[in-house]
Design a protein around this ligand. Structure first.
Ligand SMILES: [Zn+2]
Length: 350
């Protein structure tokens, strides 16, 4: 079905906010090739068009290993501090120039990103932070870093990542748990997150992306997050109790519709529960997750939300307000971004 050009233009013109985007999912194909040449890294091909076919997931995945291979290529690109700076800068540039994003939270897993490399975690965080700062100084754009613990890397990795986040709490805005929730349930981290809470670092958790809605209940009860990443399984609870818990806990859901379709978390984009969440009075935001690997961006996500999941423009504005309210950025930055976005909202209504 051809997408409506007027809707597309209107969405492109909207200033936006995004809370759930992985830096490792932001490496562009030409950048992958450039960095590989420079650092003598292996690639399946150095041809841009051919690499796109291997690196980008454009239809629902056949297997997890297919997607892991894509992330391996992206991960290898973080080969030096210079490469990290370039990838970060390009991610910000794309968000600002192409997607009209005013407020962005960018997350990465230091243990995943830097595994097998002779690069220091702190120095890498410093490079990412100073690249963001420089970009913020030259654009009306606000960005914060979320540190991710990769659950499947084991408890030692999670504990190391938590200590790293606490030590560098002035450089980050939040903390996240990502990947394999099924084999590494939230209850495992009940004690570990106490350090984060004591340090005043807000928490978001990838939860209810696959598996059972009870995982979301466990996450909220055991970890006390302010936000949930994905959360699509909440809609499977026909009693509505999980949704009620999300609501009463004040939790905001970071939805990633296209990502959920590609990983089979939902059967089709039309059956994504985004509209259902809004109708149930939940606080929801819309994000692109891994834009380069999943071949998406925030404009596309908004367009899908309108064209395929039945959101109105008022619904989109509601998700934007939810994103602004739930952002982990400091109040002054949130207010400045909110002013830009609210003005745009006002203009778009005229
Ligand atoms: Zn994610």
């Amino acid at each position: 079905m051809p997408l409506d050009k007027k809707t597309e233009d209107r969405i492109k013109g909207m200033r936006k906010a995004e809370l759930h985007r992985h830096l490792e999912g932001c490496v562009r194909v030409p950048t992958v090739i450039d960095i590989a040449k420079k650092h003598k890294l292996k690639l399946p091909t150095f041809d841009e068009m051919e690499l796109e076919k291997i690196y980008k997931l454009r239809k629902p995945m056949n297997s997890l290993s297919e997607v892991l291979k894509m992330f391996e290529i992206a991960q290898a690109s973080f080969a030096s501090y210079e490469a990290i700076e370039r990838i970060t800068y390009e991610a910000l540039e794309h968000a600002y120039d192409k997607e009209n994003i005013s407020l962005l939270e960018l997350r990465f897993s230091p243990d995943f990103m830097l595994k097998g490399k002779d690069l220091d975690w702190e120095k890498s965080l410093d490079v990412i932070g100073s690249t963001i700062k420089k970009f913020e100084n030259n654009h009306s754009f606000f960005c914060g870093i979320i540190i991710i613990a990769s659950r499947s890397f084991g408890m030692n990795s999670v504990l190391k990542t938590i200590d790293f986040a606490v030590k560098n709490k002035n450089l980050i805005v939040g903390f996240d748990f990502a990947d394999d929730e099924k084999n590494y349930p939230s209850a495992l981290y009940k004690n570990a997150v106490k350090k984060l809470h004591q340090a005043g670092i807000p928490l978001t958790v990838h939860s209810g992306e696959e598996g059972h809605f009870s995982q979301v209940i466990e996450t909220i009860q055991e970890l006390g997050p302010r936000r949930i990443g994905h959360g699509v399984k909440i809609a499977d609870d026909r009693t509505g109790k999980t949704a009620e818990l999300v609501k009463s806990s004040g939790v905001t859901i970071e939805t990633n519709p296209w990502s959920n379709y590609l990983t089979h978390a939902v059967e089709s984009i039309e059956t994504h529960p985004l509209k259902n969440f809004i109708n149930s009075g939940l606080k929801v935001s819309i994000s692109a997750d891994d834009p380069e690997i999943l071949d998406t961006n925030l404009n596309k996500e908004y367009l899908l939300a309108v064209e395929k999941t039945g959101l109105s423009f008022d619904d989109l504005l509601y998700t934007l307000r939810c994103a602004l309210d739930a952002s982990f950025l400091p109040p002054d930055k949130k207010q400045q971004a909110a002013r830009q976005i609210e003005t745009q909202i006002h203009f778009s209504k005229i």
